[in-house]
Design a protein around this ligand. Structure first.
Ligand code: S3P
Length: 428
């Protein structure tokens, strides 16, 4: 679907955004694996997270919707049931990787697949460490590409060194370790979002967390805490904050969003770009949560390196949009992971920038952008990638001719309400 966004406009937003995608995936999966019913409030309803709900139902969970669309009660099966068909993870990388870990020691046979994008993404990163625990997982390209078949296996706790700073891989190993005999120790960890560790504790598991290692014992039962509250998604908020930053006099206040320290890198970048960002923390546990307020100002280019990347990896499309309109140069390095997201995001962002008349240099592990006061506008292809569609949308605010987005429906993968909220905030 092609959607045209008019050039310019004001930007004022004060409100909430839908639930956090990472937390919603985890809430559904842990609630399915736990003893006792869980009421999940503020869940994200999107293509990705609905795929997770479908998988949980295929494993035997019973799902009841109570209030509106985003509060639901999940009753787990007494034991996970062997799915009778292929588990379709659609576009969701987090789902397929966490699920592989959850099923590795379940004793069940399961086949996991997804859409064309997901079938092209690397899975060895989870298959290899899970194999160290004794998991038997087969797949195309020697187990690197979907469909994956998870075969029944008995897992044994081991020391596992993680090859890359990935919350998905860490989470897959933690979930598998619950079914392993003895202790699993994850080593060489670099900081990444710790939603899984926090939620495992919320479900009563003992997880020992040190600076760069985590220990977890197998054979632990998960017990539902009864209620899980999903905060608003900071990755959704990122596009609204960036939109406000692109417009003279723009303002955005996003309320009740998750402020997990592994996710807030973009707020630091916004400040380094010269903007005023206020954060009001309301809750600390189980996830930090609060309001973020931003006022537009002059934008300057910034340097972002590999250490910072995990804390803002999903926000780099929004940051690229800002950089295209900032004064000076923005350089992002150490972000080769962008090449294996829902699209090759480095290439997709270059095409987006070129389509609207921006100056973008593709680097092997990132990009360099020379900002411009104003962009021309044009037709941007989303490549089926939700975050490219939303980055293109906010750029329309700084174009002379507007932006037409080819494949705009991709936004529904994570943020189905995006275009409505955006239209209301711009006054178009
Ligand atoms: C996620 C972790 C990140 C992130 C993804 C969601 C998660 O991926 O990019 O959108 O929920 O654990 P990696 O862990 O692969 O870096």
């Amino acid at each position: 679907m092609r959607r045209f966004l008019e050039p310019g406009g004001s930007f004022r937003f004060d409100g909430t955004v839908p639930g956090d995608k990472s937390v919603t995936h985890r809430a559904y999966l842990l609630a399915t694996r736990a003893i006792g019913e869980t009421t999940i409030t503020g869940a994200l309803r999107s293509r990705d997270t609905d795929a997770t709900l479908g998988v949980c139902q295929a494993l035997g969970a019973d799902v009841r919707h109570v209030q509106g669309r985003d509060t639901l009660v999940l009753r787990p099966p007494a034991r996970l049931q062997e799915p009778s068909g292929i588990l379709d993870c659609e576009n969701a990388g987090t789902l397929v990787r966490l699920l592989t870990g959850l099923l590795a020691g379940s004793g069940l046979f399961a086949v996991l697949s997804g859409d064309a994008s997901l079938r092209g993404r690397p899975m060895r990163r989870v298959v290899q460490p899970l194999g160290l625990l004794g998991a038997r997982i087969e797949g195309r390209h020697g187990g690197d590409v979907l469909p994956l078949a998870v075969l029944p296996a008995s897992l044994v706790g081991r020391e596992v060194s993680l090859p890359l700073p990935s919350a998905q891989v860490k989470s897959a190993v933690l979930l598998a370790a619950l079914d392993a005999k003895g202790e699993t120790v994850l080593r060489d960890l670099r900081p990444t979002r710790d939603h899984t560790e926090r939620m495992l504790r919320q479900f009563g598991a003992e997880v020992e967390i040190r600076e760069d290692s985590i220990r977890i014992h197998g054979g632990q039962e998960l017990r539902s805490p009864g209620q899980v509250l999903v905060p608003g998604d900071i990755s959704h908020a990122a596009f609204l904050l960036a939109a406000a930053a692109l417009v003279q006099g723009g303002e955005a206040t996003v309320r009740g969003i998750g402020l997990n320290p592994g996710r807030t890198g973009m707020l630091d970048v916004l400040r380094r770009m010269g903007l005023q960002v206020e954060i009001e923390l309301e809750d600390e546990a189980p996830e930090p949560r609060g309001d973020v307020r931003l006022q537009a100002g002059r934008l300057t280019g910034v340097e972002i390196d590999g250490d910072e990347v995990p804390s803002l990896i999903d926000e780099l499309p929004a940051i690229a949009a800002l950089a295209l309109c900032a004064e000076g140069v923005t350089t992002v390095r150490g972000a080769a992971e962008l090449r294996v997201k829902e699209s090759d995001r480095i290439a997709a962002l270059r095409r987006m920038a070129e389509a609207v008349g921006g100056a973008f240099e593709e680097l092997e592990d990132g990009f360099r952008i020379q900002g411009r006061e104003m962009l021309e506008g044009g037709v941007v292809e989303s490549h089926g990638d939700h975050r490219i569609a939303m980055a293109a949308a906010i750029l329309s605010l700084r174009t002379r001719q507007g932006v037409a987005i080819e494949g705009a429906e991709a936004a529904a993968v994570s943020f189905p309400e995006f275009f409505d909220l955006f239209a209301a905030a711009t006054g178009h």
